[in-house]
Design a protein around this ligand. Structure first.
Ligand code: ZN
Length: 327
């Protein structure tokens, strides 16, 4: 805990000295098996460089009910960072109503964005359920495209213009009917080239049919209208998922741990993550960075370049020793 405290303190001192304002991402995790969660942790990352900077562990008996733990964790993290004098220019979280309300009321000078991954996950689930309804099987083919369109809506709008994102998003309602222009004011026509033969072969949705009507209702739902303009365009909390998977190794959910045991495990996971998460980019024998090029289907022939990371190390903090002594 002392090592963690020092790391965290030094990180904050550096940020203060450099006059750096932070974009943070926060996400909660239930740390107890079953539904009667005893603990909930809230983890905060500096999204500009992928460093874990704070962890709060809240016990359910400290708050009104277990669903308040996430909000309480966030509140404590923000209080801690602000108490140290840190300025937070942007915060990216999931879309939970309570969290959105809390940030709106308590962080008036901070821009609040919702993580695309969380929104996409919810949408995917709803589309899947819809595709299982009578006569709606055709929607199955569209789940991936529509979800990819959501990611694209955010990624292609780096300045976060909410109106533009909204028009980009709703254009998909036309696209699925094989209509590629005449969309909204800010995004009048699709940006894709001529569709490949394979994409053309996909069955378009027909006006007046049940699957189309149902899908359009979902695309334009109140929830989507709230989420889309707030989508985080560059910084995403998905890196926090990487951290959570490390937590799952250090503290499997099927085991119950004491408060201190749990806290130590979270801290170990954070230190492990910080050592490996922002891993140095792998280099070739000549010393040039390695890149991997992928051609995702939704990009229709264009490509994504990713830097290849080096393998993780376990050397620095002797995790195994800690692991054996923490109960
Ligand atoms: Zn189109």
């Amino acid at each position: 805990m002392e090592v963690w405290g020092n790391m965290r303190g030094k990180y904050i001192d550096d940020a203060l000295q450099n006059g750096r304002s932070l974009c943070i991402g926060g996400d909660g995790r239930c740390d107890t098996p079953g539904h009667s969660a005893k603990f909930g942790s809230y983890s905060v990352m500096d999204l500009d460089n992928g460093t874990m900077i704070d962890i709060q562990l809240v016990q359910s008996n400290e708050v009104k009910s277990s669903c308040h733990m996430e909000k309480e964790g966030l509140a404590r993290s923000v209080a801690y960072l602000q108490g140290q004098g840190i300025n937070i220019y942007k915060i990216v979280t999931d879309r939970h109503v309570q969290i959105i309300k809390w940030v709106r009321e308590n962080m008036t000078d901070t821009q609040h964005c919702v993580d695309v991954w969380h929104v996409a996950k919810g949408l995917q689930k709803k589309m899947l359920a819809l595709s299982k309804e009578k006569e709606c099987g055709i929607l199955q083919d569209w789940i991936k495209s529509v979800t990819n369109h959501l990611y694209w809506t955010a990624a292609s709008t780096p300045d976060g213009n909410g109106d533009l994102m909204m028009d980009k998003w709703t254009s998909v309602g036309n696209h699925i009917q094989n209509i590629h222009e005449g969309h909204g004011t800010f995004f009048p026509r699709c940006e894709h080239d001529d569709l490949t033969r394979q994409e053309r072969r996909k069955r378009w949705l027909k006006p007046g049919t049940k699957p189309l009507e149902k899908l359009i209702t979902l695309l334009n739902s109140r929830q989507m209208k709230k989420d889309i303009p707030k989508l985080s365009t560059i910084q995403q909390t998905s890196e926090l998922e990487g951290y959570h998977s490390v937590v799952n190794q250090f503290a499997p959910k099927m085991h119950g741990f004491s408060y201190n045991g749990m806290m130590c495990r979270l801290v170990l996971a954070a230190m492990h993550y910080n050592e490996n998460g922002g891993r140095h980019a792998a280099v070739t024998k000549q010393g040039n960075p390695c890149y991997k090029i992928t051609y995702p289907k939704f990009k229709k022939g264009s490509y994504t370049v990713r830097q290849v990371k080096t393998e993780p190390t376990f050397s620095k903090y002797r995790y195994k020793m800690f692991y054996m002594h923490v109960h």
